[in-house]
Write a protein that binds this ligand. Sequence first.
Ligand SMILES: [Fe+2]
Length: 225
Amino acid sequence: MVLTGDLVDEHTNSIEPLNSLLECLPEAPRFFVPGNHDKIAPVTRELYASLSKYGVTILDNKKVSLSKKGKRVSIVGLDDPYLGTPDPELLTGHGASEGELSILLCHAPTFGSQAVAQFKDTWDSCSKEVATSQKPRFTSGSVLELASRHDFDLVLAGHTHGGQIKIPGLGAVFVPGQGFPPRYVEGVYRSGSTAMFITRGLGTSRLPVRLFSRPEVAIIRWFTP
Ligand SMILES: [Fe+2]
């Protein structure tokens, strides 16, 4: 079970509603990556204490491995790519092992300019590769393409609220950190053998309104050929 961040924001005064939600979670390994709003909320310390209390592992630049009934899963969680400091060393040499599902957790599907600069070597090497091979374009700041270059199977992200407010016939017009039209909004995207799923999540940002972007808790089933 993964929580892809922004569980609280700068307007959150009490952690109790979140505690009620965490109490209802079914028994399963639980993981969390921080989002940009978690970083600046007045209850950040209480948030981290609650996550620990309810058995949620905080993956802010950490990786874990799980094994059950002979099946292995590795999970790398990056710090928030806008207000945190995601660590490129976590991805270097990661590589998916045979028979193992490798997951990259990242709050947002794109990186802010500071994080892009931090991962500069990776972006540069990817850009050169694209220039010489004429492969599909590489978008600086795309977590999907970064994960694809490092052979992850799956990226799980949030942050977008599915655009939060959609205009019929036009779709999402604004996603924080992306231009117009936003490229990564919700659902499944693919690059090579890597898939990325962006959940619409449950909440709102700035305006307490969602329009044609229903809240969701996603259940993902992973099948191997
Ligand atoms: Fe966010």
